[in-house]
Design a protein around this ligand. Sequence first.
Ligand code: UN1
Length: 522
Amino acid sequence: MSERKHFKVTYSTLASPDPLLHQYFDEAVAEAKAGFGKTFPMFINGQERTAEKTFEKRSPVNLDMVMGHFQYGSEDDVNDAVAAAKAAFPAWSGRPWQERVAIMRKAADLISERLFHMGAVMSLEIGKNRLEALGDVEETADLIRYNCDAVEKNDNFNRPLLSESDKHHNRSVLKPYGVWAVISPFNFPGALAGGPSGAALVAGNCVILKPATDTPYTAWLLTECFRDAGVPAGVFNYITGSGRVVGQTLVDHPDVNGITFTGSFDVGMNILRSFAHGRYPRPVIAEMGGKNPTIVSKKADLDKAAMGVMRSAFGLQGQKCSACSRVYVDKDVKGEFMNKLVDLTSQIKVGDPSKKENWMGPVVNKGAFDDYKKFVSDLQANGDIVFGGKVVEDAGNGYYVAPTIVDNLPEDHPLWKHEMFLPIVTVASYEKLDEAMEKANDVDYGLTAGFFSEDDDEVQWWLDNIEAGVLYVNRSSGATTGAWPGYQSFGGWKGSGSTGKAAGSFYYIQQYMHEQSQTVVD
Ligand code: UN1
């Protein structure tokens, strides 16, 4: 293992010319497949735990492929995990922060060491292409490292305050809350499970991770990394099962002190309403989706714009909160832009995403597949589908659909505002930039946004006026996607999650701690 070459893949890695990377990945896929079909436990209080019932995880890449059987956790399992986390909290939070940082850095290193295995499993678990799957695993480790660094650089957020006299010693310290639940989504099964869990842990909280029902496997591999790094019993717990039982029991539990939720707007808003107002106010970090616009000016480099939009609209089959789903193009350059976008999109290969040649895999499950068909027939009836709009029958026995570009959708059509979470992008022209800005901002969401223009004044105007948390200008590797910890922050405005910064932000880890000011008089 140690003799292997190390690769660093981020979401901006467009292609890897290195044949070794592909060889390692192919080997990892073969090994992972050979191990499929096992039954996996939950992990509570340092022990493996089974439930009465299990559920089967099939790959959306090939519906005949049973990847594993996972536990249907019960209310009792949640109660036990919360009790274990609560009991483990005094010792974990009481340790010198340097020890927590060391353990979490070890966990990050284990994730990096297991990069190819985790990436191979993730690719088949969720249908993510190999470079994006490797990027997701690396980002998981980098998010943990980033938050370790934040604690270290800030002396664990322990700093002196002004004092009224020489006899007064005033300090501000940040302290962890206690038991923290992480409810993670399917689309970034590593980064959006491990990032929040890692931040909560390094801050001194004890964690219960409930991964999306579609992605229990990657979360189990993450659990093994935390366990093997020496995270003590009870400090990190992993419970699989339904949102209705496991998720809801966590939200309702009086001993859960904080929650990170990444997922849909409706579920997130319900958690915010019910969890935040428990016996007393409790923190919720929520990231709840997007309807992300890209504006293309007539002063844009249209090659950059078309490439950036194509990658952001169709990467991971459009199933990213950060995906680009709306494009506003100056009417003078719309024809040319559309030609370029259609041309690039027609080169996308749809199929088993664990294979090198395929850039788009299947959508996550039957629900998403059925939604695609429903939205496409609506878009066909009300606009013009200029590319895609159909199921890809010959891609394999999975949920394969074509990347879809829609033109001439009436301005008041509801799908301009509804997050479809699918590889569908709608394009409209505008006469004046102000009008494009108004439309871009006229949604409930404000997660990411993109702009293409070679004019500095236009760029500044756009930065000053766009309402979103993550902005990209002239980025061909992703018009609205691809934030990486340390290089970009990630956090939403408006309905995308303005209550908190999402994974990877400069101000992220502080949200897992509350402030105490201490005055000691001689
Ligand atoms: C999400 O889609 O839920 O910028 C988050 C990106 C990723 C984060 C996406 N780093 O695309």
